[in-house]
Design a protein around this ligand. Sequence first.
Ligand code: FAD
Length: 381
Amino acid sequence: MSTPLTLLSEDELAFQQTVRDFAQKRLKPLVSEMDQQAQFNKELIKEFFNLDIMGIEIPDQFGGLEADFFTSILAVEALSEVDPSAGVMVDVQNTLVNNAVVRWGNADQHARYLSKLSSEWVGAYALSEAGSGSDAFALATTAKEAGDHYVLNGNKLWITNGAEADLFIVFATVDKDAGYKGITAFLVERGFEGFTVGKKEDKLGIRASSTCELIFTDCKVPKENILGEVGKGYKIAIETLNEGRIGIGAQMVGIAQGAYDATLAYVKSREQFGKSIADFQGVQFQLAEMRTMLEASRLMVYNAARLKDSGADFLKEAAPAKLYSSRIAEKICSIGVELFGGNGFTKEYPIEKYYRDAKIGQIYEGTSNMQLQTIAKMELS
Ligand SMILES: Cc1cc2nc3c(=O)[nH]c(=O)nc-3n(C[C@H](O)[C@H](O)[C@H](O)COP(=O)(O)OP(=O)(O)OC[C@H]3O[C@@H](n4cnc5c(N)ncnc54)[C@H](O)[C@@H]3O)c2cc1C
């Protein structure tokens, strides 16, 4: 596990090492069991909070680390090297939920939610529905004004952290005829009347990460829980997802690094034809390809994150970083499975799980086709 020194400050290297040490010591022993049982270990979540990685950008006055976006990227990458399910839990918390509440929440919402998000509450981000995935703003969940509150009706699908979360950012429309201009973001607590978490998906990869349906049946949400302004939910969604997809890039870089490290160790130890398979030039070239792809995708992700922190425009870098790093993660894992030979196809070895986990990077927070569409649109505008 090496990271180019020139890219990271002393503080960043120390933070990265802390998360990597935690991942090796506390996370790694639980990875296989959590994957098989499709269940995230609850104690681990408490440890994430104790490690200060659930409120990385939350201001110090609310118990957060008050660090930058790049620090979140380092945490997501380091956890994903060992378990991408852990990576995405921390990613959604920091790059989507905390990000949206810090940026769009008012002082009262900051006071009510930021301390909880940095110390005990997992968050979830609920945009997708059965009929609106890529076409996210075609959502059908409605919010009707009723005195001092709104009444939400509808279902959300595929919501990460749904089983563990206490706070949900929910996008609903106050006026279907207004199109995307009716979309409004609400802060919904798990205990709100009329809100239930439905079925949990049984998935190919990131199995320990919960992906749930959310059901709103006359769910009462007080007006003080509107995030930002009525009708401005589309702006919150676009802007948080623009940043969030860099986090998914970091998850993919972590997967690629974890798969590469496991493969490198394996080819050094496996012997065929009387010598280590790492001695064959064919294998060496495969390793060299993996290493090169990994470095390229890491640089793209880090660059997008650094641009974001600097206040510069980062959209032209974020979509290609997510597109490329998710493709490369799948490719590196695939070569890894081959280099493990028959062992690579079994659950005795870690590489098959990395391979399964990598696939999601091409689907959530905008599929690869949607990234291509975004990139092409920016090129042609
Ligand atoms: C494990 C998991 C976790 C998730 N977590 C969350 C979450 O926390 N919150 C949340 O809101 N959502 C979440 N999602 C939903 C996810 O963002 C959507 O699944 C994704 O955006 C794709 O939408 P869809 O599944 O409806 O696919 P569709 O939109 O139906 O797409 C199907 C295929 O058609 C292609 N396609 C669609 N439109 C076009 C077009 N215009 N041009 C070219 N190709 C196109 C797509 O690229 C894709 O290959 C999660 C999904 C999964 C699987």
